[in-house]
Design a protein around this ligand. Structure first.
Ligand code: AMP
Ligand code: MN
Ligand code: MN
Length: 328
């Protein structure tokens, strides 16, 4: 089915259904939260009954998202769950939302996403891998539904747009992304305020964590791979939290000759001792990092992908380097 046909089906669904439950992937990023909140405000404007759900474990959110107006998010399934259509936003596969009540059979799911490897787990699917972010798809849905794009809808959508495009740097940034930005700014969103809340006035520990990551940079294979790693000690000694590592991998991609930037960090929760999170970014698109991530049990986009692994650090670096080498 073409994206346009899928779009029509989802528009019809959003028009005809009255009660919704909205959710997104675990460890939500800016696009996850922005699409969630933007869709919620859109449905409210249309007079719908919308509930946002995120598991209690997701809180506190990363610093940069704590100033988003997410007070209406609920951490428990609503009593009338059976009557609600569940809308998944920015979630490539259902296992990225490991909450039992959402994985039950018989749930009516609308799956709105932009991951090219989306498993199409919904009853109705709208997967547009040409969209820079899920927020871009929500923006189009809003227009199709004839909604007025007010700042309460536009602000969160802009968060999704700015974060998933790497401030309009990544190759997923299209003229459509820029048109969306322009239309949102014309609609009165606070673009500079959003930028400040996302990227400034953050804890000093985050900068100290970045300093440690830069100190530990390794260059492999003649500079094709620029990689670094962070230990639990790095987090403890800087007072940083897991989400403070967000964005570090982008510093590595700047080095001359780099085709893939890699950050490996030890996970901090007690039950994930010995597990490492891998983040990979492909600079010029020669290497499809989602392929390597899938080999490690994760996934993502061609140019930005991730996975969690229990391999020791050396072995992990070797596996990634091999995966890169095979594609060159
Ligand atoms: P990250 O490196 O965590 O910023 O993730 C980059 C991209 O990879 C995101 O867009 C995610 O969709 C995807 N991703 C990260 N971790 C996983 C995972 N464990 N499983 C599937 N996809 C992932
Ligand atoms: Mn996301
Ligand atoms: Mn996204």
């Amino acid at each position: 089915m073409s994206v346009a046909v899928e779009m029509d089906a989802v528009v019809e669904e959003l028009r005809s259904v009255q009660k919704f439950l909205l959710t997104t992937h675990e460890n939500p990023d800016g696009d996850a939260l922005g699409s969630l909140l933007g869709m919620h405000e859109l449905l409210k404007q249309l007079g719908k009954d919308s509930v946002m759900f995120l598991a209690a474990e997701e809180f506190p959110l990363p610093w940069e998202y704590r100033r988003m107006p997410l007070e209406e998010v609920q951490n428990e399934p609503p009593a009338d769950l059976e009557e609600r259509t569940v809308v998944f936003l920015d979630c490539g596969n259902i296992d990225r939302m490991p909450v039992d009540f959402l994985q039950r059979d018989g749930i009516h799911i609308v799956n709105v996403d932009h991951h090219h490897d989306n498993t199409r787990f919904g009853t109705v699917n709208l997967v547009d891998s040409g969209a820079s972010c899920t927020a871009e798809i929500v923006w189009e849905l809003a227009k199709e539904l004839g909604a007025e794009i007010t700042p309460v809808i536009g602000d969160p959508l802009y968060v999704g747009l700015v974060t998933d495009t790497g401030k309009f740097m990544y190759t997923n940034t299209s003229s459509r992304s820029h048109r969306m930005a322009a239309e949102l700014i014309d609609a009165g969103i606070d673009a500079h305020g959003i930028y400040r809340r996302l990227y400034e006035d953050l804890p000093y520990g985050r900068l100290q964590l970045l300093a440690r990551a830069l100190n530990a940079v390794q260059r492999f294979d003649g500079g094709v791979v620029t990689a670094t790693s962070l230990t639990r000690g790095d987090f403890a000694e800087t007072g940083a939290v897991e989400s403070d590592s967000e964005g570090i991998v982008d510093h590595l991609r700047s080095v001359e000759g780099t085709k893939v930037a890699v950050l490996v960090r030890e996970l901090l929760s007690d039950d994930r001792h010995g597990i490492r999170k891998v983040s990979m970014r492909s600079t010029d698109g020669t290497v499809d990092v989602s392929l390597i991530a899938r080999g490690l049990g994760g996934g993502g986009h061609r140019q930005a992908a991730g996975a969690s692994s229990d391999l020791p650090l050396d072995e992990l670096f070797n596996t990634i380097r091999k995966g890169i080498f095979e594609q060159l």
